[in-house]
Structure formats: structure tokens, C-alpha cells
Design a protein around this ligand. Structure first.
Ligand code: PA5
Ligand code: NI
Length: 188
């Protein structure tokens, strides 16, 4: 049955929602094949397999016609200089999505298979993801980066596309606050 109208409160400083649905935790070991430096990634997995990000969802279900929301918290850090990031995905049912920056600083890397695009994200910034663009979030700062996502409930998540095609760029710690971008090359 469809969900009833509801009020959801969230805390942009902690990334929690109330009422809360499922919370997903992605550790370093869940990001296999994504960082360029495989040896550094293996070392991080062996050294405590740290949490890289968490996704707290509201109770709105991923069902056709619904508009689920979630808050992602990406913890700061790098793997051999490559910033902590989400796995990234395409929506197999191509539909748009919006992200709203809540705390910390990061970016939204978008890739349509040919053109990489980057949107700087910070509190108060809306990043718009058009249909057909794969998307990945990156924490480019030294504190947790958080954003709210709102997406069509039947959009789906295709993670294999990003493993096969990459995201166009890799994002590394650069000089000062400016990230350094390198063209994507497949991992060995
Ligand atoms: O809906 C979204 O695009 C986000 O909520 C992401 O799912 C979230 O940031 C986690 O990223 P990923 O699904 O690529 O692991
Ligand atoms: Ni998405």
C-alpha cells in the first residue's frame, strides 16, 4: 500500500533522519575495484576495513511513483591520495535526481560515458543529476561531507556500469583546497 503523508526531520550535522528507514554502511572492502592504487586499498582493508560512508534512508520506499530520500555521510580520507568516495551508479531506469549539500565540502562527479562533469558541493548547494548521467560523490575536505538525495523510487541502482566504464575522472587531494583531477584509467 502507498505510504501516508509524513513529516521527516533530519540533522544535517549528524546525517540522521527521523523517522528512519534502513541505514547502509559501506566499508573499504565494499569499494573493490574502484580506487586506482589497488595495493593501498588492500592495505586499508587489512588495516581495520574502515567505514567510508553511510546512507541513512527515510521510510519512503523505493517504489514506482514515490520520491525516497536519503542522507549520505562520507568520512574524510584518501586511498593513496584519491579521496574517499561513493561507489557511484547509473539509474537503469534513466531519471533525474537532486542532491542538497548539508555539511562539509565535497563534489558531485557526473559521467555520461563521454564527458566528465564536476559540481562543487557545500551546505546550501543543490546539485542536479540529469537522466542518463552516472554519479559519484567525493569528500574533498577534512570533515564528514553530507548531502540529502531525493530520487524517483523506480530509478534503480546500476553499480556494474561504473565498474565497467569508470567515472571519467579520478579525484585526488591537490594543493590547498582544490582537488586534482586525473583522467580515469582502469585498475589493473
Ligand atoms: O541516490 C543516490 O544517488 C545516493 O543516495 C547514493 O545512493 C548514495 O550517495 C550512495 O552512493 P552509491 O549508491 O553509489 O553507493
Ligand atoms: Ni542515484
Amino acid at each position: 500500500p502507498p505510504i501516508s503523508p509524513l513529516s521527516i526531520t533530519f540533522d544535517g550535522q549528524t546525517g540522521t533522519m527521523s523517522p528512519e528507514g534502513p541505514v547502509l554502511t559501506r566499508r573499504m572492502s565494499d569499494l573493490a575495484g574502484l580506487f586506482a592504487d589497488t595495493a593501498a586499498w588492500e592495505a586499508a582493508v587489512a588495516d581495520g576495513d574502515p567505514v567510508v560512508y553511510q546512507v541513512a534512508s527515510s521510510p519512503v520506499p523505493e517504489a514506482e511513483g514515490e520520491l525516497p530520500q536519503s542522507i549520505t555521510t562520507i568520512l574524510p580520507g584518501t586511498v593513496a591520495g584519491e579521496f574517499h568516495m561513493t561507489k557511484g551508479h547509473q539509474h537503469p531506469n534513466p531519471q533525474g535526481e537532486i542532491y542538497l549539500g548539508l555539511s562539509g565540502t565535497g563534489g558531485l562527479l557526473l559521467f555520461d560515458g563521454e564527458r566528465p562533469q564536476w559540481i562543487d558541493m557545500a551546505p546550501g548547494v543543490i546539485g542536479y543529476i540529469p537522466p542518463g548521467w552516472a554519479h559519484r560523490s567525493v569528500n574533498t575536505g577534512d570533515e564528514p561531507y553530507r548531502f540529502l538525495a531525493v530520487y524517483p523510487g523506480n530509478a534503480g541502482h546500476d553499480y556494474g556500469w561504473v565498474l565497467a566504464n569508470g567515472m571519467g575522472h579520478r579525484v585526488y587531494r591537490g594543493e590547498g583546497a582544490t582537488p586534482r583531477f586525473e583522467p580515469f584509467t582502469a585498475t589493473p
